[in-house]
Design a protein. Structure first.
Length: 288
């Protein structure tokens, strides 16, 4: 199976995330261990990861792009911890990864028997992962939902897989929202909120609007443009964005608050008064 032929450009970004998790797993002091990541990334993921690293940290040169691969490592650990905490709630019944990408949490993390674990993504991504994970058994009641989150049927598809909007749920949007144009993003959050019981949990990552004006980010933005998966949405006010759609959330930047980085974030955190600068946000909270 050819990774490049099977997956569309945005879908292939999931392979980069897997390659990053594989590299972290091989490191001397990993923040997490993902024994499936290298196999899920495949040769294509390793190649894309190497290309991205060359832009972020050119060999023999001082890094000028205000972003490191540690962002993705910290994000993985933070969202691992978020999902573990949510699953410990005795009332929690459902976890939804949207999109699922080639994430392996259903296989590598422990889950209570009461949890139904839904992986929502386009058919090609789920087919790719299923082929890679043959013979490996998830540690949870694992249900795949082959659908498009910007399409018109995904709510019905999710319900058909056994999702119950009346029960508490936890939703994770990892590595998605900056690829969704703003009108579609507002529609998506409204649709998600309509499927969540009050008190249900949500987490996501976002980039700041200043990312697009920060000249230091241009090499990385250009790379994603060349790959055919441009970043199109950012906001410097993630908390009001989610409030508008019925959520109470907190947004942390790497190096601050709950996202202090497990000792792995060394870059300065832009002050709130700074304009036109790249920011990263980890958002977490609940449905009001």
């Amino acid at each position: 199976m050819s990774d490049h032929c099977v997956l569309a450009p945005v879908e292939r970004t999931a392979l980069i995330a897997a390659a990053l998790r594989a590299a972290e797993t091989r490191s001397d002091d990993p923040l997490f261990e993902d024994p499936y990541a290298a196999h899920l990334a495949g040769a294509a993921g390793a190649e894309l990861f190497a290309e991205m690293l060359e832009v972020i940290q050119p060999a023999g040169a001082t890094r000028s792009v205000p972003m490191t691969a540690d962002y993705f490592v910290i994000r993985t650990r933070l969202f691992d911890d978020f999902l573990r905490s949510a699953a410990e709630d005795p009332d929690m019944r459902q976890v939804v990864l949207a999109p699922a990408g080639v994430d392996s949490r259903a296989w590598r993390l422990p889950w209570p028997a009461r949890i139904r674990y839904f992986e929502v993504d386009r058919p090609a991504v789920l087919d790719y992962k299923q082929a890679r994970m043959v013979g490996r058994t998830p540690r949870v009641d694992h249900r795949t939902v082959a659908t498009d989150l910007v399409g018109d049927t995904w709510e019905a598809d999710l319900r058909a897989a056994g999702y119950d909007p009346a029960l508490p749920s936890t939703w994770l949007f990892e590595g998605l929202l900056y690829y969704v144009p703003e009108p579609g993003l507002h529609r998506l959050l409204d649709r998600v909120a309509a499927l969540m019981a009050p008190g249900s949990r949500i987490a996501a990552d976002l980039i700041g609007a200043g990312t697009f004006a920060d000249v230091r980010m241009r090499p990385l933005l250009d790379l994603f443009d060349r790959w055919g998966c441009p970043l199109v949405f950012g906001t410097d006010e993630p908390e009001p964005l989610f409030t508008k759609h019925g959520f109470a959330v907190r947004a942390d930047q790497p190096g601050m608050g709950a996202a202090a980085g497990y000792g792995r974030w060394s870059d300065p955190v832009p002050p709130p008064s700074a304009r036109g600068v790249h920011r990263l946000f980890y958002v977490h909270g609940r449905r009001r």
